[in-house]
Design a protein around this ligand. Sequence first.
Ligand SMILES: Cc1ncc(COP(=O)(O)O)c(C=O)c1O
Length: 377
Amino acid sequence: MTDTVDSLRIDDLPIRDELRGKSPYGAPQLEVPVQLNTNENPYPLPEPLVARIAERVAEAARGLNRYPDRDAIELRTELARYLTRTGKHPVAVENVWAANGSNEVLQQLLQTFGGPGRTAIGFEPSYSMHGLIARGTGTGWISGPRNADFTIDVEAAERAIAEHRPDVVFITSPNNPTGTAVEAETVLALYEAAQAAKPSLVVVDEAYVEFSHRDSLLPLIEGRPHLVVSRTMSKAFGAAGLRLGYLAAHPAVVDAVQLVRLPYHLSAVTQATALAALEHTDTLLGYVEQLKAERDRLVTELRAIGCEVTESDANFVQFGHFDGAEGSHAAWQKILDRGVLVRDNGVPGWLRVTAGTPEENDAFLDAVRALKKEQSS
Ligand SMILES: Cc1ncc(COP(=O)(O)O)c(C=O)c1O
């Protein structure tokens, strides 16, 4: 009996059928000198901000006997101010909602607008969690097409939307793992197609937009109540450990997600920390400028080494082209053998590297040079 219990596996449990045989999200978390695999910001928060967080968290700690502000009004007001300042579109507290990472924002959207009997579409390769969160919320997943250069094939996407009539459409700009930005005209065309087909909710995932050469797609929410822009403090704000994501949309969408959010989902400690980080926005956006320059250097140097590189608007670069899935996995291992962890996203022939500090990027470029030398000898 003990033996049976000890060897019990997930699939032996009475779990939901659609979860059987599936794997959880799992980017490797390996202890290696150079970790460039999860699109984190390589710069630790500056000391004055760390001190401010300690101050604000101490203040919050004095009230931890009480539940936090359920509506996170102060935080949403500051996020609205940040979006208004940087997004070229005025946004008010009623337009903004926040949760524990943009993954939770996306989950709340799918719990509200997706769910059993409903479907969501994404244009792949794209952020794998869109499909995984769909599965977790019982939403059917449709994998839409992309062009060979990883831009969205607008006509094929319109056809897929007309055919499947999904309830939720994901557009990731800049896209992960390719780095590809999406034109405003593409979003508008897909929004129109989605409204004609259903109407459905269109989610523009802008997790990396601060690193883009282009403006945010935020102004597109004006007059489009079914368009949502989702954002995160995990990348540009260098606060992946904080777990703070947010969305901007018509106030009715913000009201709708409150139907599924857990009460007091955003802890007082999280709210205090995020507010402290927002006080230091300008310093943190300064690091973004450095990272953009490093991203551009990676593109140039990888091309000089003889790699193919997908145009990137994010804090990472997709590079190759290796010989299919086996070739990219072997290259991933060889780069890892030199102490540099990059990401094999399962896009055959391609790998993804996050822009790190100049020293980390040098170590990565040295590893790729050595790999290329080995391959050509
Ligand atoms: C496109 C995209 N969206 C959303 C997220 C989720 O970010 P978080 O939950 O840390 O806000 C990520 C993280 O890598 C991402 O790549």
